[in-house]
Design a binder for this molecule. Sequence first.
Ligand SMILES: *Cc1c(COP(=O)(O)O)cnc(C)c1O
Length: 515
Amino acid sequence: MRDDSVRQAPLAMDAAAFRALGHRLVDQLAESLEGVQRGPVTRDESPSAVRQALDLSAPLPESGMDPGPLLERTAQLLFEHSLFNAHPRFFGYITAAPAPIGVLGDFLASAVNANVGAWTLSPAATEIESQTVRWIASFIGYPVDCGGLLLSGGNMANIVCFLAARAAKAPWNVRERGVIGDSGQRLRVYCSAETHTWIQKAADIGGLGTDSIRWIPTDHNLRMNVSALGRQIEADKAAGDVPCMVVGTAGSVSTGAVDPLPDISAVCEEYDVWFHVDGAYGGFAAAVPDAPDDLRALTAAHSVAVDPHKWLYAPLEAGCALVREPGLLRAAFAYHPPYYHFDEQATNYVDYGPQNSRGFRALKVWLGLRHAGASGFRTMIAEDIRLSRAMGDAVRRCAELELITQELSITTFRYVPCDLRPKLGDPAVERYLDSLNRHVLDRLQHGGEAFVSNAVVGNRYVLRACIVNFHTTQADVEAIVEIAVRVGREVHAERIPDRDDPSQRGPIGAMRHRP
Ligand SMILES: *Cc1c(COP(=O)(O)O)cnc(C)c1O
């Protein structure tokens, strides 16, 4: 007999089936995660090979299938055809190894499926997100009564702060009237040439246009030249434009350089400009004693962006925007006045950012903070920095590698064959080295032994290793030296760069757009 009180939906799953499938998946994941470090960082496969392996050209199935084999096979295929940023020798970009408790937290969050746009839809989740924001602020030394919310990543966190600055600093109502003032004034934003490409997206999305960005030159340490900043602001004011916001980077994506934040802060105060700190990568290092002192001046910023999916080791995605005056975040995003709400002040995150329906991103971050505690995070961050310095030392000791920079947990270096060492600086040699190292990088990335990325420092194409990974050990950072030298010798012996047709070479790509 049919039970009409229980609907038989194609997606429904009873508790017994859910339990069985869930247990099987967790068993499989525990084994696969443990196996990651024994396998390659990534497999050398073409896009079409991946599509074929996962059978991704099949049409949309008309009928469904048994979820057991579906889940099991999918998990297996994903582990066979993915790049593992949890691998102890993954040194590329700035992508962290995910905390296991965060992985479980995402599972829990999607089971609750809170819509963290409105308090009534997500009472516990909203309060957990608020506490997560306060804890993040407290960890980096920012005022805990700031406003803030979680976003998809550093780009969105920076863009949200940018929009808060735009609304706060335009002398007219920019949200109603748009970005051009009555007498044609334009808003101007300032950042160093090392700034991540989120700034272009922000200027574009925010309607200012990328021409509104004043790229301030850097010194030989790739830090913003603050005198040049002051001069540019003066010139723009004299031209009748409105200096709106200065971006200081706390840990640049290429080399980990930290802008002179105290000096930038002073200039912002002098000219009444919004001081924003992009701490997507380095912000959390403000909590550890041996990070550069300048980093701690992020405390003085009007807004800060940090990225829990980087140095808080949260699984993707989790960025966080912090704004000193919570009202200014509301002023940039809310469309109804505060009295519209309940008696006791309930937070409706829809009023603090661009999203309407929002997932429960905070849970994985909050669980991680409780699991390891502040001291646990300070230990892991400090150890990543120590290992990166150890890598720098190992590179320096090696006659065939040239250490270029070492800051925070990023080390940059290049392979220089012994016969060319005395000729460094010679334009033809430098061209050859750029090409040689481009090939070394390509071979490393395909080889799967260790994964590094690249940067361009002082016009030199260099290899770049970043450690945001609590699985990486001393042995792993020392291995990179042996691997880079072996691959460098191989490529040099084959004289591959010599055979390159220079006219086919693209410009050396900077990696500012990479995570
Ligand atoms: C990673 C990074 C970003 C972008 O963050 P996503 O999480 O990739 O969106 C912005 N700025 C800096 C300095 C970064 O390191």
